[in-house]
Design a protein around this ligand. Structure first.
Ligand code: 5GP
Ligand code: MN
Ligand code: MN
Length: 336
């Protein structure tokens, strides 16, 4: 990462006394782990840090040291600096962005992220798309700045790295990713502390939800495309809650022959559907979702579609089929 940018980032951090650290909406291990990990490091500098996420910390993540410090609002806005983590657009931080629009327009923002589709939303933005996780970027940041890396901070950052790399199994895992993880293990983080609550022990209802979603799955394009959905009814049938759906799209991606897996969900608000996409080469998930107003990574991306579930599915599946066919046609390679 750019040493000059790191200096600029530290120039924002140094004079700040109260710092809000933002994790994006519908939080995952990377935004939560990054916001908490940096909180715990900046605590060591005597900063007053408040991690903020518009959504409550999902139960599976309640092993993270300090998770109870998360606030769901920017409260009285008494912050000298906002650090926005794991998303490069303010809208990704949810209703906070609108609710505190005036404040966010005047407070200095430091943006640390790793998405290819990110524009950067800070006075200083470090968008490192080589990093598999924002947490990996933070390890590089720590190495550059020598911020004190406590064992608890390391556990939080390791969680971000494990979740965004699928336990170091996805194509975003590099030698540098492994080296960053090694720094965290040396600082006392334990893989099992993260992996056991997140990937080994599930409530039965979560498996039932996955089963229900798998049962409803449909395929097209000779099985290269697979999609399914969940709505309030699916949750009721499975006895599940909406925070239990995170394994669903991965289960579909792992079906033999699949190039693109799409998971549609609509809970509570019937006019809004969320899309999660997982792909293999050459299907570019990020650019597909950017077309729908979302974004993400080449292999994992998402978008919010302002249509009811069935309409969103019909519309997006048509686009996915079109893209699958385009990628399959030999003229595509000839043209590009
Ligand atoms: P998921 O499918 O797990 O919700 O998201 C997959 C990836 O795409 C994540 O890295 C996430 O940050 C990104 N992503 C998901 N939804 C959106 C969206 O609406 N906008 C943008 N810019 N990125 C998204
Ligand atoms: Mn994330
Ligand atoms: Mn991330």
């Amino acid at each position: 990462i750019d040493a000059l940018r790191v200096q600029q980032a530290m120039a924002l951090i140094q004079p700040a006394r109260r710092i809000a650290l933002l994790a994006h909406e519908r939080p995952d291990g990377d935004c939560l782990g990054s916001a908490l990990g940096l909180t715990l490091m900046l605590d060591q500098l005597g900063k007053e840090c408040v991690p903020v996420c518009i959504d409550p910390v999902p139960p599976d993540f309640r092993f993270l040291p300090g998770y109870g410090r998360f606030q769901t609002s920017l409260g009285d806005e008494r912050f000298d600096l906002v650090i926005a983590l794991d998303a490069g657009e303010l809208y990704r931080y949810g209703a906070l962005a609108e609710r505190h629009q005036d404040f966010l327009a005047r407070v200095p923002i430091l943006n640390l992220d790793h998405h290819v589709s990110s524009n950067g939303c800070g006075q200083v933005s470090i968008i490192d798309t080589v990093s598999a996780a924002t947490a990996e970027l933070l390890v590089l940041f720590q190495q550059e700045t020598q911020l004190p890396l406590t064992q608890d901070a390391a556990q939080c950052l390791l969680t971000g790295m494990i979740t965004d790399t699928g336990s170091f199994q996805y194509s975003n895992t590099s030698a540098r990713t492994m080296e960053a993880a090694a720094v965290l293990l040396e600082a006392g983080a334990s893989p099992e502390v993260t992996v056991k609550p997140l990937f080994r022990t599930h409530p039965l209802a979560k498996l039932r939800l996955q089963a229900e979603v798998t049962k409803q799955a449909q395929t097209a394009c000779e099985g290269r495309l697979i999609w399914s959905y969940a709505n309030d009814e699916t949750l009721t049938i499975a006895g599940a809650t909406k925070d239990m759906d995170d394994g669903c799209v991965g289960t579909m991606r792992d079906v033999e022959g699949v190039m693109v897996a799409a998971f549609f969900k609509s809970y509570g608000e019937p006019q809004t559907t969320r899309l999660s996409l997982r792909t293999y080469e050459p299907f570019d998930a990020a650019s597909f979702c950017v077309r729908l107003g979302g974004g993400g990574h080449p292999r994992a991306a998402g978008a919010t579609i302002n249509r009811p579930l069935t309409e969103a599915i019909a519309e997006v599946v048509a686009l996915l089929e079109e893209e699958c066919r385009r990628l399959a046609s030999p003229t595509d390679t000839a043209q590009s």
